[in-house]
Design a protein around this ligand. Sequence first.
Ligand code: BG6
Length: 519
Amino acid sequence: MSPGAAPGPVPPAAFEAAPPGGGPSCLLPPRPAPCTVVIFGASGDLAARMILPALYDLHRHGALPGGLAVVGAARTPWSDEAFREHARRALERAGRLDQDAWAALAPRLFYQPLDYADPGGCAALAARLDELDARLGTGGNRLFYLATPPTVYADLARNLGAAGLARQGRGFSRIVVEKPFGRDLGSARALDAALHEHFAEQQIFRIDHYLAKETVQNILLLRFANAVFEPLWNRRYVESVTCAAMETLGVGHRAGYYEHSGVLRDMFQNHMMQLLALVAMEPPPAFDAEAVRDEKAKVYRALRPFDPDRLDADLVLGQYGPGAAGGAAAPGYRQEPGVAPDSTTPTFAAMRLWVDNWRWQGVPFHLVSGKALREKLTRIVVRFREVPHSLFRHILGEDIGANRLILDIHPGNAVSLAVQAKLPGARLCLQPATMRFDFDAAHAPARALDAYEKVLLDCMLGDQMLFWRQDAVEQCWGFLTPVLERCEACGAQGAPALHGYAAGSWGPAASLETVQGLF
Ligand code: BG6
């Protein structure tokens, strides 16, 4: 069957209100057209922790369309009422429940029990959606959010297509998939082929919630809406770039997934690669989804393949052992429920890679991420080269700290520039100083959209800017698959050692220098 017919033009994003100056208000999100959001895996963890609270918050802030239905679908044999109660409890647990807002949203929630592998389930769903369209004015627009284990993505996409639910015409039909998009190049291609049996690329939204974080979105604006950074943004002035996503949480109850993923599949193939591309990409000719994603794909194409026999030169892998967190003893990875006692799954990686193009030749990019670390810190540091000649050697010695541009993604949303400055006083004394712009403080009480709110809204609006395109998915898998194969082949030559580190530390000693570069 051919992919769904091309959607009609997406209605221009209308701003709800204009500020006194007359321009569009950035504080109010554009409101999408009426639609039905179908959440597959509605009884699961992702729906309860992320999707339902995000929908509810959008509703509370008036960002959802008037004609809206939310249909939960899963194997659990619930009624509409049982699903509403499940959603209410999830919001209560998240500390979000406001009775009035909930009373307005609850009647828009419905539930359809369904076996993902059974084509009959999607046929019954189609009939239910038609009935809701007629009753609630949802305009025939459907968003299918696959919050299920990835193993059922292909079946579900096929069954949706067979039930005619991928077809567009009267309204849009979009399918939203969460990472992992496969577990290597071959499986990523197979998944994509299954999605494309019925859905066209413009209908497929591959989520990476990192792209919706405020400071991450800001990287391109900072680079391309200001004249001062771009002239310096190259090998001549930049010495190194470090992108870090350090986490305090261990694997918790996710061992079933994580044991087969490890940090490289869980964080590097997606979030870390996106951070890298946003820093390294060329200016796109236009600020639209295809132009931006074209430039990212060029970065991935320019990644220098690792030498499989010398992986340990560029890759440090680690796994947390017992340690301490928040003043209490914390278990090691192998003691976590569901983890094999002899597991070799890495929970930490520090990788050095090179972008082989004119702009970045010779500049190392360090990507580092791990679980059960001392602090949660998501940060990008662009370290500039030192001054070519120091007039101030007699004060500072040879070691004059280089300028650093620091993009803080968590905690806070801030950009800082570390410089050298004169200390006030009669004598000439220099000290490092920081110029810091804090987005949250500067724009209080404006409310930034949480990452899941932003991606849900963009799916409804049909804006693919913050979503993965398949060519980039394949390029990243193409880059990482040989690394994974070598790391996972027992005792392979050149495979990096698995270093231990204590839970609550900053990771293995072997990557200390990279981590120090973050501060
Ligand atoms: C997810 C990973 O994609 O991102 C998790 O599967 C990780 O393992 C999470 O904890 C980190 O996201 P954030 O937004 O907390 O940095």
